[in-house]
Design a protein around this ligand. Structure first.
Ligand code: HEM
Length: 537
């Protein structure tokens, strides 16, 4: 009995104890949930409050990454422009703790002038940039700093402004546009039904690739031909560029490890570079032979960059090495291969929405041709006529203001104003859309903003219109690019009305060059039923 009484008491005590334990466990869990909710509310409020101050919500550990990812899902360029407008032109992006994504974005012309001109020496491309692109670009103009850069810039600049170079670029364009581009367009225009659609961006990319290879190597790879064939050198170049850019997003240790182990994209990068090198070294060897034999006869007849550099000596009186000549040419091809074609693609797309601008371009072209006997289908514009196309130049500048081929560019400060090594990204796309720079109508396509009262084209400060960079590193091919774009645009527009295919989506691709993500599908309608012939046939 005593024992059963004891058992009953013990039971009651145990029940009491377990009930209390459950209660206190529940309480502690409630407190934990409360704590977690309170902490969550604090984090959200803090992130949003920081967002108000810093432009974008800042989360623990991951920083501004969530907002950036949302921006990438929509249109990253528009997203960045909105943030920059809210922040008065400059904002600091805080990446995740574990990444090297921290950087300063700016769309302020004063900062641009400071970075690109005033403090030019403090903002070199730097060792990080060079190490990342070295396999593809070596010591070429794009990645070089100091004396290596200065020497190439000086020589290339002299060459770009020489009469021989101008004559060579003009004749290469006549060949490419009249014997290659127009026949490809004519075939598309004559095709029946849906077969007449053509990706104009792809065709233009082929044209400028062939053109820049003619300027760099004096060789025409033949990308723009009927049937639009795949050219191994062009493909290798495209793949190598993409894989090199990927290195900038990857942690350095990872791509270096992949490179050492010859795996993944690093493996295909190595293959692509091998193919580029094979092509380049073959051309260099052939040119050296040609130059040796030509010194016995007359001087070199060529004006391409390879010929010019191959005929020069370095400071010690030695000829430049094959590797250096390869680097010079590969860098120029990278600089001039896609930029003008992408600008032209955006230009044709904008024209499709602005028929009055198209009409004014045509009127100007026909006015320039007045006094010369011509038939639209036979016209080959002369260099002095291309120069006089001021309205066309304004329309192309306007397209580049709204859709700059290089949407953003980075510099790596070496100085003390910013923390050493901080990336500064100047948002070229956003700069073309800042009300503070271009006024209330900044989002409109209005070539007239580039014209003076007398109708002459007037250029803008390179720190406001940054499509071509500014300061000592201003794009070396700017004048040539305008000539090339004007020549192509006038030749096409005189013969065809270009219509963007119905429902074709046009959005920028997230890349170093602002390609149209899905190309530019168009149909072509002949003007005045003109057939295809060329003047110099
Ligand atoms: C619409 C056409 C073009 C645009 C918008 C453009 C834009 C630019 C930009 C933004 C840079 C600075 C890049 C940097 O340093 O990070 C640059 C540099 C350069 N561009 Fe262009 N470019 C165009 C066409 C061309 C063409 C056709 C060529 C050559 C045939 C060319 C040759 C160069 C060279 C050599 C540099 C390096 C200059 C230096 O670092 O000293 N560009 N360009």
């Amino acid at each position: 009995m005593a024992s059963s009484k004891y058992t009953a008491v013990a039971h009651a005590a145990a029940e009491d104890a377990s009930g209390g334990g459950l209660f206190s466990l529940l309480m502690s869990e409630v407190r934990l949930v409360e704590l977690l909710v309170a902490a969550g509310v604090f984090v959200v409020l803090h992130a949003l409050w920081q967002g108000k101050r810093q432009g974008v919500a800042v989360w623990p550990v991951v920083g501004m990454l969530p907002s950036l990812l949302l921006g990438i899902r929509q249109n990253i360029y528009e997203w960045l422009t909105c943030v920059l407008r809210r922040q008065g032109g400059t904002f600091t992006f805080r990446g995740p703790w574990f990444s090297n994504l921290h950087c300063v974005f700016t769309a302020d012309p004063r900062n641009l002038e400071h970075l690109l001109k005033t403090k030019f020496a403090s903002f070199p491309k730097g060792e990080y940039f060079r190490a990342t692109v070295r396999d593809l670009l070596g010591d070429g103009i794009f990645s070089a700093d100091d004396e290596t850069w200065r020497q190439q810039r000086k020589t290339a600049s002299l060459e770009f402004h020489s009469a021989g170079f101008r004559a060579m670029t003009a004749s290469s364009l006549v060949e490419l546009v009249h014997r290659r581009l127009l026949p490809v367009l004519a075939a598309a225009a004559d095709a029946k039904g849906g077969d007449g659609e053509i990706d104009l961006q792809d065709v233009l990319l082929r044209l400028t690739f062939d053109n820049v290879c003619m300027i760099a190597f004096g060789i025409d790879p033949g990308c723009l031909r009927p049937g639009l064939p795949e050219i191994p050198f062009a493909k290798a170049f495209e793949d190598a560029t993409e894989a090199t850019i990927l290195r900038f997003i990857m942690p350095t240790a990872i791509w270096r490890a992949l490179r050492r182990l010859n795996l993944g994209r690093e493996r295909s990068l190595r293959c692509s570079i091998r193919r580029i090198d094979q092509f380049a070294y073959d051309v260099v060897a052939a040119r050296r032979k040609e130059l040796e034999s030509s010194t016995c006869n007359a001087g070199p007849a060529r004006s391409d960059l390879l010929t010019v550099f191959a005929g020069m000596k370095d400071d010690n009186g030695n000829a430049f090495s094959d590797k250096f000549l390869r680097d010079v040419c590969v860098n120029l091809i990278l600089a001039g291969r896609d930029t003008s074609s992408v600008a032209l693609a955006w230009f044709f797309w904008l024209l499709n929405q602005h028929p009055t601008v198209e009409q004014r371009i045509l009127d100007e072209a026909k006015d320039i041709l007045k006094g010369r006997e011509f038939h639209e289908d036979k016209v080959v514009f002369r260099p002095e006529e291309v120069k006089r196309m001021e309205y066309l130049q304004a329309a192309l500048s306007e397209a580049l203001r709204l859709y700059p081929s290089v949407a953003e560019d980075e510099v790596f400060p070496d100085g003390t104003v910013l923390k050493k090594g901080t990336k500064v990204v100047y948002a070229i796309f956003s700069m073309g859309r800042m009300e503070s720079i271009w006024g209330e109508d900044c989002l409109e396509f209005k070539p007239e903003r580039w014209l003076r009262a007398d109708g002459r084209f007037t250029s803008e400060s390179a720190y406001k219109f940054t499509a071509f960079n500014g300061g000592p590193r201003l794009c070396l091919g700017k004048d040539f690019a305008y000539y090339q774009m004007k020549f192509v645009a006038a030749a096409v527009l005189l013969r065809y009305h270009v219509t963007v295919a119905e429902g074709h989506p046009v959005v920028p691709k997230l890349a170093l060059t602002m390609y149209m993500k899905h190309g530019l599908k168009v149909t072509l309608r002949r003007r005045d039923g003109a057939g295809l012939l060329t003047e110099n046939a």
